[in-house]
Design a protein. Sequence first.
Length: 367
Amino acid sequence: MTTGEPSVLALDCMGGDHGPSVVVPGAAIALSRHPGLMFELYGNGPAIEQELARHPALKARSSVHHTDLTIAMDAKPSQALRRGRGSSMWLAIEAVKKGQAQFAVSAGNTGALMALSLMILRAIPGIDRPALAGQWPTISEPSIVLDVGATIGTTARELSDFALMGAAMARAMFGIERPTVGLLNVGTEEIKGNEEVKQAHAWLKQVDLDIDYRGFVEGDQIGQRVVDVVVVEGFAGNIALKTAEGTAKQIATYLKEAMTSSALAKTGALLAKGGFQVLKRRMDPRRVNGGTFLGLNGIVIKSHGGTDAEGFASAIEVGYGMARRDIVEQIKAGVASFHSKLEQITAAEQTAPTGAGAATGQARASN
């Protein structure tokens, strides 16, 4: 469901390693792609205005809101909750709550951004804990992976909710009306995994949902894009993400060393320059920058703190896609439908004759 082009976004200009020197040029790139956008910029007014002077087109479509308060990159979430009111991060999120912006983007402290987003926007009814979803590079198009670090330890119902939220994001980002979904597990066999993962697996198979559930997937299959959406608990998801990032850097180092190891290797590298440029573009993390906090009454995008303007523009692009497809309403409807059907199944099991209930339990155990 497309609801129309988003018109206004809120930016925390003080987040990340570089602040306005990256956020403002990133916004200018986004404006060149979507000329109808308007920007609400929050942070140190003089610093923002200095950067805006270099981008007249953006300046004409921006409102600057000065605040001296910022959230430090090393601040604990509890500190952000106590002292963050009135900060650039707080004000950007609050603009979404007040309807002054359709989404917010920040490159600031992840834990603080999550805590403030949950406090200000609140979770969608039925969602116990939001998830952080990101795009994952694969051998073809990116896939959606969630949770990659927002929620440590999840129940079966939360994993099922993540599946629905990730599918909504896949629809928004990739235009896939019935996304394929898999649960990350230590194997694809039915008997493997902890009890919460196995229970979520059983529910996703049993309940009629607007997704194409494919069962369990393993870690080495994420990059193969065997499914559009990979669902995982946040502890394992964050480890998988960091491992993949480290492996990409390791491979890049190996290639550089190999291509400069001798005069012959350098000549070969020069001849293969075009191919290496293609590889570099495919592995560029800026292409998939921008994680989404799913499950909130509003859209908040987390940009990597160390990205450049191009990467920040990618994070804005994620928010643009989320708002354009009205992802919040999609998630509300999907979660409400799933919970209703799950309650019906649970009620039926509780009222079933003892023998039928035992048979159901045996069937689950065999799964």
